[in-house]
Every structure is written in structure tokens, then in C-alpha cells.
Design a protein around this ligand. Structure first.
Ligand code: GLU
Length: 394
């Protein structure tokens, strides 16, 4: 008997977290697994942020916080939006949540009705489709190709819109492709959306600072879009704070209010110590984290160079985030090390079982010809992983 609700039964498991759990389990069994599955910086949280958290504990920050976050934190978020993105948000437009993932889930819950359509330029992060499904909305993929640097065109966007379209999720720098849309490209997409005033835009900018030289642009900067854009960000990626779980939105006040109402019933707000630490993170100059970005960049260059030496890997040059997303469809139909490769999941399993390298299948990202490899790992592990992959494939 299955007593679980239809809601949970229809929800796919998070492919990124599932692969990370599998890699952890295999390691526990004694297997020498290199996990390039999860997207998380392998740096420690910077000292000044840790100190702010320790001080918060000593200063007895232990009570419930306001549901939408401490006022000082919301003010720091407003300053960050102004300083980094030239966006004008007031504290009543900010909601702090338990990670950007919850921020996105809140927004989806307060805007989507059953049957609404959500446009997902693919490849997209695995949880977008699941979050839409939880809201009983229908997600519509707009596929892109590696030859187009994984970008969708205004024509594709126009063709995907129907009277039921309620939202579109943008994510730049993109997880998993590392693609960054330029201001000009965003403006061209906005031109299409201008003709459809009932569509809301969720702009997930969590990888904003993991950027190797393309100017970051915020969708809410486009005046005709400001009143229907929700800007999502957080501290996990930029400040190596994945486990601290702090994300936030800047949004029209009525959406922020609805998200606060939602969160008031399900979490009461984000962790108080992590919120105090986030104030320190956001108030510090961005140059404090450049050492991590520099390191990610040199690992990207190294991984690209090494993977290009493997026949059958087709690569774009990711401009940000910390993933490569090769098209590996050249291996489909082949039998390698006794395993028949029909799709990206088979290929990812081959790498796990025969090379002891954990990656994530592109299926989960709406890109069934690709796999995602995170290079947020040590140079030594990256070199060893590619060596193993090469050896299995030859
Ligand atoms: N966003 C990261 C990833 O894609 C963390 C895991 C997750 O929440 O999906 O790997």
C-alpha cells in the first residue's frame, strides 16, 4: 500500500542531491569515489563571516526573527542590490528564506495555480521543474543547443507562450551550462515579454559573482519588467555558505508580502545565526571573494583543456558558475566496459561504476544529450577524475 500523497508521489527526487548521496554512500562503503556531482564551493566560509556568526551566538541571538528576516539584513540586501545590480529595492520588498531554493519555492507557491504554464529555458536547474510540479503547474521546456551556447532566442520564447503562460524562470549565470546572457540578449527577450503583460519573471542570479568576465545583468533593470520580476539571490555560492541556507528575493511588495505569509506558515523564517552572518557577508566588499572566483576560473580552464582531449566530448566555454556541461551523445549506441549507453543517464552511471566519478545526468536538467560535471573540487581530484574517465572510455 502506498499511503503517500499524490503530490509527493508525482515529485521526482532531486537528481543533484540523489547523486551526491549515492557518492557519499559508496565512499562510506570504501569506494574511492570522486564526487563531481554537487555544485558547492569546496572552500571554507571566509573567517569574517564565521566570526559574525560566533558573535551572534555570544550576543544571544536565539529568538524567532521577523518572518521575512531581520530589518538590518533586509537593509543589507537592499544595499547589495543597489551596489552590485543598480536595483532599487526597499526593505518591504525583500524576503529572506532558508536558501534560494526556498525563495523560489515560495514565489512559485504564491503565483502559480494548477494548470498554469511555466517556461523553462533548458538546460535548467533540476528543482525548477519539480517546484512547478508541486504547484500543479505545467512546465514547458524551451530547448537550446550547445552550438547556440545554450541560449534561447526571442523567437523561441514567443513560440512557447500560450494564454496559460504565467511565469518564466531565467538563470544567468546558468546552472548547469555556465552560460551568461548579455544585457542586449535579455532586452531582446524582454521585448517579447512586453507583449504579454501577465507573465512574471523569476530571475535566479545565485551565480552572479561566479563570473569570468561577462558583465552581469539583472532582468529587473529593464523598466518594463521591474514590476513583474522577482530577483532571487543568496550567499551559498559566492561566500561558500551552502549549508548556512540563506537566500532572498527582491520583488514587488505584494509578492514579497505573499511570500512572507507563506513562509510564516511553514518555517517562521530563516535561521537567526545564519542571518546575522549574512549581514557581514553582504556588507563586505565583493573583492573579498575574488580569490575563490580566480581559482574556479583556473580550474575551468584546466578541466576544459583536459576534457577536450577526450574524443566524443563536445564542450562550450562556460562563462560563469562552476560546471561544465558536455554533450556526450557521440557515445549513444555504443557498449563501453560492458555497459550499453543509450542515454545520458547510462553514461553518467558508467562513469560512476567504472571510473568511480560521480556526475549528474543532463536528463534532470532538460538536456538529455549532456552530463554535468562540477569543477568545484580540488585540482588534484579534477585531474584524477578526467584521467579515470579517459581511461574507461578508451
Ligand atoms: N544547486 C546545487 C547543484 O545544482 C546544489 C544542489 C541542489 O540543491 O540542487 O548542485
Amino acid at each position: 500500500m502506498n499511503f503517500l500523497s499524490d503530490r509527493i508521489n508525482s515529485l521526482p527526487i532531486s537528481a543533484t542531491l540523489a547523486m551526491a548521496a549515492k557518492a557519499r554512500e559508496l565512499k562510506k562503503q570504501g569506494k574511492d569515489i570522486i564526487s563531481l556531482s554537487l555544485g558547492e564551493p569546496d572552500f571554507n566560509t571566509p573567517e569574517f563571516i564565521k566570526e559574525a556568526a560566533i558573535k551572534a551566538i555570544q550576543d544571544n541571538y536565539n529568538s524567532y526573527t521577523p518572518v521575512d528576516g531581520y530589518l538590518e539584513l533586509k537593509e543589507a540586501v537592499c544595499l547589495k542590490f543597489k551596489r552590485d545590480n543598480n536595483l532599487d529595492y526597499a526593505p518591504n520588498q525583500i524576503v529572506v528564506s532558508t536558501g534560494a531554493k526556498q525563495s523560489i519555492a515560495n514565489v512559485a507557491q504564491v503565483l502559480l495555480n494548477p494548470g498554469d504554464e511555466v517556461l523553462l529555458p533548458a538546460p535548467y536547474w533540476v528543482s525548477y521543474s519539480a517546484i512547478a510540479t508541486l504547484c500543479e503547474a505545467k512546465f514547458i521546456e524551451i530547448r537550446s543547443t550547445i552550438d547556440a551556447d545554450f541560449k534561447i532566442t526571442p523567437e523561441q520564447l514567443e513560440a512557447a507562450i500560450t494564454p496559460k503562460t504565467k511565469m518564466i524562470f531565467f538563470n544567468s549565470p546558468n546552472n548547469p551550462s555556465g552560460t551568461i546572457y548579455t544585457e542586449k540578449e535579455y532586452r531582446a527577450l524582454a521585448k517579447v515579454l512586453e507583449k504579454h503583460p501577465n507573465i512574471f519573471i523569476l530571475s535566479d542570479e545565485i551565480y552572479e559573482h561566479i563570473n569570468y568576465g561577462t558583465k552581469h545583468f539583472s532582468f529587473a533593470k529593464i523598466p518594463s519588467m521591474t514590476d513583474r520580476t522577482i530577483t532571487v539571490n543568496g550567499v551559498a555560492k559566492a561566500f561558500a555558505m551552502t549549508g548556512w541556507r540563506i537566500g532572498y528575493i527582491g520583488a514587488p511588495e505584494w509578492i514579497a508580502k505573499a511570500c512572507t505569509k507563506m513562509q510564516g506558515q511553514i518555517t517562521s523564517g530563516a535561521n537567526c545565526i545564519a542571518q546575522r552572518a549574512t549581514i557581514a557577508a553582504l556588507e563586505a566588499p565583493v573583492s573579498n571573494i575574488h580569490y575563490m572566483v580566480k581559482e574556479f576560473r583556473s580550474r575551468r580552464d584546466m578541466v576544459l583543456k583536459l576534457l577536450k582531449e577526450i574524443d566524443g566530448f563536445k564542450l562550450n566555454v562556460p562563462k560563469g558558475a562552476f560546471y561544465v556541461f558536455p554533450n556526450i551523445s557521440a557515445f549513444f549506441g555504443k557498449t563501453i566496459a560492458g555497459i550499453k549507453i543509450e542515454n545520458a543517464s547510462d553514461f553518467s552511471m558508467l562513469l560512476l561504476e567504472k571510473a568511480n566519478v560521480a556526475t549528474v545526468t543532463g536528463d534532470a536538467f532538460g538536456a538529455p544529450n549532456c552530463i554535468r560535471i562540477s569543477y568545484a573540487a580540488s585540482e588534484e581530484n579534477l585531474r584524477e577524475a578526467v584521467k579515470r574517465i579517459k581511461s574507461v572510455l578508451s
